[in-house]
Design a binder for this molecule. Structure first.
Ligand code: ZN
Length: 315
């Protein structure tokens, strides 16, 4: 039937967006509401796509793609059944360019499509100049390198999403009680005038022994000592979201545990490659490390609960 429709369109010299728009207006049906959280998104930030069918029985074969890659649709956490949401994490090193999310669906044997353009812009990141650190102190030994390689594989596997459902039922929160940011996500590390790396997490002040809490409920995917991250807990929350907590002195959860939002994961410390106790907190969207605060701000809009704490910190 689809093929016949397409042939008819070609024969009539019609097609393209204008025909579909007219068809939709003619039939008086707006079957699908699609929206992006913003027409602009910075590198290292998260974009939220929502798709809410108005007439659930008439929409079929819904696909959402970015370029040629199909995105995984997750059941929308707050809208009625049939609604979907997708988070898109923009890599820190992403090219600043125009991009598009394409939506396609079938309704009464016709294929409809919508394009939602967005622009990737430069994030609001500061630079930090790294002063000369003796090489002997930063270069790991051969045995350390073997350990780092082994751990890299373990970490990679832990980030493979196992959840296809949304586990969230409330807004995200800070993993420590007193929220003092000591190093922001995305801070550029410049050495000899060249960009060497960037800070892939958010550092929060947490003196030795400060309780660390789960920012959201989820499944513990990793709870072990790592060369760089020290005692490290990784949680999968669903919707492709992972959060991690590093450098702890004590861990109270183990691999496979279910944790509730606000549950104590451990105590802060200075384990791993650090000079002083603090919490290094990361958030990852489908394998892409993003700004935890911006990501949670976007997610929290789903629950329509203004998060005063996050707003304050953003300023
Ligand atoms: Zn850090």
């Amino acid at each position: 039937m689809k093929i016949i429709t397409m042939i008819v369109l070609i024969a009539l010299g019609l097609g393209g967006e204008s025909f579909f728009e007219q068809a939709r207006i003619y039939r008086g049906v707006k079957a699908l509401e699609v929206r992006l959280s913003s027409p602009e998104v910075a590198n290292g930030h998260t974009l939220l796509f929502e798709c809410i069918p108005k007439t659930i029985d008439t929409v079929f074969n819904l696909t959402v793609a970015r370029d040629t890659t199909a995105l995984i649709l997750y059941a929308h956490p707050t809208e009625p059944s049939g609604a979907f949401s997708v988070l898109v994490g923009i890599p820190y090193y992403a090219k600043l360019r125009s991009d598009t999310i394409h939506v396609e669906w079938t309704e009464m044997d016709r294929i409809y499509d919508r394009s939602l353009p967005f622009q990737i812009v430069r994030g609001p990141y500061k630079s930090e100049v790294i002063r000369g650190v003796p090489q002997s102190r930063v270069t790991p030994s051969a045995a350390d390198y073997r350990r780092i390689a082994r751990e890299r594989r373990i970490i990679g596997e832990a980030y493979i999403a196992i959840r296809d459902s949304v586990l969230m039922d409330a807004t995200f929160s800070y993993p420590v009680e007193k929220q003092t940011i000591t190093s922001e996500y995305g801070t550029r590390r410049v050495f000899n005038g060249q960009l060497r790396s960037y800070h892939g997490g958010l550092d929060l002040r947490a003196y030795e022994g400060t309780p660390i809490y789960a920012a959201q409920s989820g499944t513990v995917k990793l709870s072990q000592n790592l060369f760089y991250s020290g005692n490290h807990v990784l949680i999968e929350h669903g919707m492709g979201i992972h959060s991690s907590y590093s450098h702890m002195s004590k861990m109270y959860v183990k691999h496979g545990d279910w944790v509730e939002k606000g549950q104590r994961l451990g105590l802060s410390g200075a384990t791993g490659r650090v000079t002083a106790a603090h919490l290094h907190w990361t958030v990852n969207i489908n394998g892409v490390g993003v700004s935890p605060l911006q990501c949670f701000e976007v997610l929290n809009t789903l629950f329509k609960t203004p998060n005063a704490a996050l707003r304050k910190e953003k300023r």
